[in-house]
Design a protein around this ligand. Structure first.
Ligand code: CO
Length: 210
């Protein structure tokens, strides 16, 4: 059977199992969503946000792209962030990177991968900021692992640079920002960085008139 057909069959089984367990399940969910969490993760098929966190439909609002980047010109990311923070009023934003990330490996190589080089450029900029620390690692695996962690940290700091987050911090002292790294080798998520609401932002990026 072709892979996509299996998905449709699985879906039918899942939907009927849900109804058997809780007849009001879909009726309730159809009315509204009120997730408390926005998840910004990698598109990698091995890092499904809900499966690895044991969450259910309705619990997390999700945005995924290559290497979980927060790029300030990305209208898609910014729209998701604005909707999540200002309308859904999420309490937490999680940036979750992962070990063995293809985008991280691409950023550390000198090969061209076509159009996506423009995206990887953003990851290379993170490498450039932390070049000394990363290059001091002895193995390639350690280097990639460190860039993965530092990239998550930089993306959390990028969130704090946005007017969306700075405005929300001023108005309602939320959301808190979290940087996590998921290890595809053992299934464990390790928190690596955190900015609770109101944490000082780099003065260069502080917006005084919001
Ligand atoms: Co990845």
């Amino acid at each position: 059977m072709e892979a996509y057909k299996k998905l449709l069959n699985n879906n039918k089984e899942w939907a009927s199992a849900q109804i058997k367990e809780d007849p009001e399940y879909f009726a309730r969910l159809a009315k509204l969503q009120s997730p408390e969490i926005l998840w910004i993760g990698c598109s990698d098929s091995r890092v499904p946000a809900d499966r690895i966190t044991g969450t259910h439909p309705g619990e997390i609002f999700v945005h995924r792209n290559i290497s979980n980047m927060v790029v300030p010109t990305d209208l898609n990311l910014l729209s998701v962030l604005q909707f999540a923070v200002e309308i859904l009023k999420v309490r937490h934003v999680i940036v979750c990177g992962h070990q063995n990330c293809g985008g991280i490996a691409a950023a550390m190589s000198n090969k061209s991968f076509g159009l996506m080089d423009q995206w990887v450029w953003n990851i290379k900029n993170v490498y450039r900021i932390h070049r000394d620390e990363i290059d001091a690692c002895t193995s390639e695996e350690e280097k990639r692992s460190l860039l993965t962690k530092l990239n998550v940290k930089e993306q959390v700091m990028n969130l704090a640079k946005t007017s969306i987050i700075q405005k929300a911090w001023k108005q309602r002292q939320l959301p808190h920002l979290h940087g996590w790294v998921y290890d595809v080798r053992d299934g464990i998520i390790n928190p690596v960085f955190e900015m609770t609401a109101g944490t000082e932002v780099d003065p260069i990026f502080e917006i005084s008139n919001i």
